[in-house]
Ligand binder design. Structure first.
Ligand code: BGC
Length: 463
């Protein structure tokens, strides 16, 4: 295993230049930034309900206001342009567009996304739209949500509506954001909406998510003219030792988190380890489902934050695998080890396992404690600057080793609602004062701007 040196440098390259076509962006998600969840005829999502259940979200925080982006969108896009961003990845709130999840269209909701896209394009910023970033319409949850097999049709209907309206202006689409988090957090451990804890439900939710992904890709082929892909979170798994029990635990952890959603897309089946992990709760699925799930996609989006060093632990349910904390590493505020080499490894692993599919890093970033206010107009966030420098070098390294990487999106454009952790964790390259909604670019934003403007050359300099 390669140990991370604090100042990560690409081993074989002194200079870092990215192709002119490389897409430099930042990302957000609807519920985390928009606020105004029920404005202009929008319907509630499962997150609207989850945050209203006492005890589920830190400090009782909600997305009712968030970054107020729904109302401040034009200023936010102007800020993106000032930062020099070439692309912006956002998600569409399904229940803003279809308040009951299906049927009746809320034109005002669609109009918001049309305005957003038009404003981005007017500033020369390319939109990448995610159709589902966790905010399922509450009305569909009432019908079983991701456990109901009909959801694949509901999702395809919603997707088709949005494709018809926006594909003339959006060239990059993603179906789902991180199906693993949706099922692990939403259906197995209950930390995220809809908050279930059920070993029997999790594999069903996963499968219906992937069928829905497949149906949306199929719908896109009938309507769309550009590119569509899937966004997964990958945490490379490294064994804590070469003991057979640790190696087997590492394989289970990798199958559960990293291969569960990619094997069916690219290899036509789930990894065998999942049957071992879920036991009697693991269902058999009709072969035809895998034809649907395996629709050809145009790119893969990788969300990378950290790695996981794994040891066998009988007490850990259901994986029997536990993370091992690294003594001399830096950890972020969310308790994640800073390990840039893992990003290079991940991009290369995808290429090795699944072939030469074009990839985007659709999220990468870190929560660190920031000074509460600007000092002399600056928010000094040196750990985040280090994080970005090292991870941007790491993607360059992967490209030098043959990965077809087309773009990179920092998570996140601005501090926002970190789901059940509320506003306690700040991932933004732009600081948000949640009292005044004042935005202040952090030093990490200035650094990222310099990397973009120099097409990577700013990464050459030793800090
Ligand atoms: C999600 C984001 C989230 C980020 C940091 C990803 O799992 O897509 O919505 O804020 O990680 O936790």
């Amino acid at each position: 295993m390669v140990r991370w040196r604090h100042r990560y440098r690409s081993p074989d390259l002194k200079t870092h230049r990215f192709p002119d076509s490389f897409l430099w962006g930042a990302a957000t998600a609807a519920y985390q930034v928009e606020g105004s969840p029920l404005a202009d005829g929008a319907g509630p999502s499962i997150w609207h309900r989850f945050v209203r259940t006492p005890g589920l979200v830190k400090d009782g925080d909600t997305g009712d206001v968030a970054c107020d982006h729904y109302r401040r969108m034009a200023d936010d896009v102007a800020m993106m342009a000032r930062l020099g961003l070439k692309a912006y990845r956002f998600s569409i709130s399904w229940s803003r567009v279809l308040p009951e999840g299906r049927g009746r269209v809320n034109e005002a909701g669609l109009a918001f996304y049309e305005r957003l896209v038009d404003t981005l394009l007017a500033h020369g910023i390319q939109p990448m739209a995610t159709l589902f970033h966790w905010d399922l319409p509450a009305a569909l949850d009432d019908r079983g949500g991701w456990l109901n097999p009909d959801i694949a049709d509901w999702f395809a209907e919603y997707a088709s509506l949005v494709f018809k309206r926006l594909d003339d202006r959006i060239k990059l689409w993603a179906t789902l954001n991180e199906p693993w988090v949706v099922t692990d957090g939403g259906y197995l451990h209950g930390a995220l909406a809809p908050g279930h804890r059920n070993r029997f439900e999790a594999p069903i939710a996963s499968h219906q998510l992937m069928r829905s992904h497949g149906k949306a890709v199929q719908a896109y082929r009938a309507i769309g003219k550009h590119q569509i892909g899937l966004v997964v979170n990958i945490e490379p798994k490294y064994p804590a030792s070469q003991q057979p029990a640790d190696l087997a635990a590492t394989r289970r952890a990798e199958a559960y988190m990293n291969r569960q959603y990619l094997d069916p897309v690219f290899k036509g089946d789930y990894p065998a380890e999942l049957r071992e992990i879920f036991g009697e709760a693991w269902p058999e699925w009709p072969r035809a489902d895998f034809d649907l799930i395996g629709q050809k996609i145009d790119f893969l989006g990788i969300n990378y934050y950290t790695r996981n060093v794994v040891r066998h632990d009988e007490a850990q349910w259901p994986l029997k695998a536990a993370p091992v904390r690294q003594k001399s590493a830096t950890y972020t505020e969310t308790g994640w080890e800073v390990f840039p080499q893992g990003l290079t490894d991940t991009l290369l692993w995808v290429k090795r396992q699944y072939g030469d599919i074009p990839q985007y890093v659709t999220e990468n970033g870190a929560a660190f404690f920031d000074p509460p206010q600007a000092f002399h107009g600056r928010i000094n966030d040196p750990l985040r600057v280090d994080y970005y420098r090292a991870h941007l070098r790491a993607i360059h390294d992967a490209m030098a080793q043959g990965v077809d990487l087309r773009g990179y999106f920092a998570w996140s454009l601005m501090d926002n609602l970190e789901w059940s952790l509320g506003y306690s964790k700040r991932f933004g390259i732009v600081h948000v004062d949640f009292e005044t909604q004042q935005r202040t670019p952090k030093d990490s934003a200035a650094f990222y701007t310099s990397v973009i403007a120099s097409q990577g050359a700013a990464l050459d300099a030793e800090p």
